[in-house]
Write a protein that binds this ligand. Structure first.
Ligand code: SF4
Ligand code: SF4
Length: 286
């Protein structure tokens, strides 16, 4: 396997954010849970938040798109899959994309972002394909609080709701951190800060995840989105998030430069090209 410089990830290493870019390949449209803040729509509008993409690609199209992106933006060092659903609700597409990239662009770092529900059967594949960075989104480590955040989780064909669903999800998420660390993979925890729901619990999330070996936490303020149960909640400001980061920073390193990127983000974090490259993505998806 090609030896890679794993420091060249702009999200996990702020020092590289001005010189290294990332691309999100939107090959994973389905999701296996429903978060109460999520509204996925496929769009080409100038809107930046997770779940938004101007198209969905098949794995071979993602590989072709990657070739074109690298021609236009050679500063890309990371290829990731972050939806617009969950990579492991679409495991065949996710792994096939990683396999193709591993063949064509082995110098790139590979990164996956998941809710953790479906990842456990694929930990060995992830390691063998040279994925160096994985993000698991964990916003609660107590099923009572989780039950307020997730409307349902799906395991195969069975749908679980309430605390039962939140408990199953949490068990898998915590096992995922442990399993990824056993395989030498860098793990980031994304935690959505949701006022009145988990803001007084999020430091506990930091503590528990750090005990399992997670490397860094990224607290993302809720972006209230239309047509979701959390649409009317306020968006937490710096006065809420900064003290939480300070407190949680006692347990685990904090990411402070996240841009809440689209599922088809591309370029430097400070200079997202996704809308500019929207036509390229759409051309590859035909
Ligand atoms: Fe949306 Fe991601 Fe939650 Fe799935 S895991 S519902 S894609 S935010
Ligand atoms: Fe990095 Fe945050 Fe964008 Fe993910 S959403 S690619 S962590 S900046």
């Amino acid at each position: 396997m090609t030896k890679k410089d794993t420091t060249k990830h702009p999200c996990f290493n702020k020092a590289e954010a001005g010189s290294c870019g990332r691309v999100h390949l939107p090959v994973a449209p389905k999701c296996n849970i429903q978060c109460n803040y999520c509204n996925r729509k496929y769009d080409c509008v100038n809107e930046s938040r997770p779940g938004v993409t101007s198209g969905v690609l098949k794995p071979f199209q993602a590989a072709e798109y990657m070739d074109k992106v690298l021609e236009k933006e050679p500063r890309i060092t990371v290829a990731g899959i972050a939806g617009p659903g969950d990579p492991f609700a679409n495991p065949a597409e996710t792994l096939e994309t990683m396999r193709l990239l591993n063949k064509k662009h082995p110098h790139l770092l590979f990164c996956l972002s998941s809710n953790g529900m479906g990842i456990l059967p694929y930990l060995d594949d992830i390691a063998e394909l040279g994925v160096s960075h994985v993000t698991i989104t964990i916003s609660a480590v107590d099923p009572k609080i989780g039950a307020k955040i997730y409307s349902w989780v799906k395991d195969g064909k069975v749908v679980y709701r309430g605390e039962q669903g939140a408990k199953i999800l949490l068990e898998r998420q915590l096992a995922a951190i442990k399993g990824l660390k056993e395989r030498g993979i860098t793990v980031k925890i994304n935690s959505i800060v949701i006022p009145g729901i988990n803001d007084d619990h999020i430091v506990e999330v930091a503590k528990v995840c750090s005990e399992l070996g997670a490397d860094i936490q990224n607290m993302i303020p809720l972006k209230p989105t239309q047509d979701t149960p959390f649409a009317e909640l306020p968006e937490p400001g710096r006065e809420t998030v900064l003290p939480l980061r300070k407190e949680a920073g006692e347990y685990i390193e904090q990411m402070t430069h996240c841009k809440r990127c689209r599922a088809d983000a591309v370029g430097l974090l400070s200079d997202d090209q996704s809308v500019a490259l929207c036509g390229t993505l759409q051309a590859c998806s035909k």
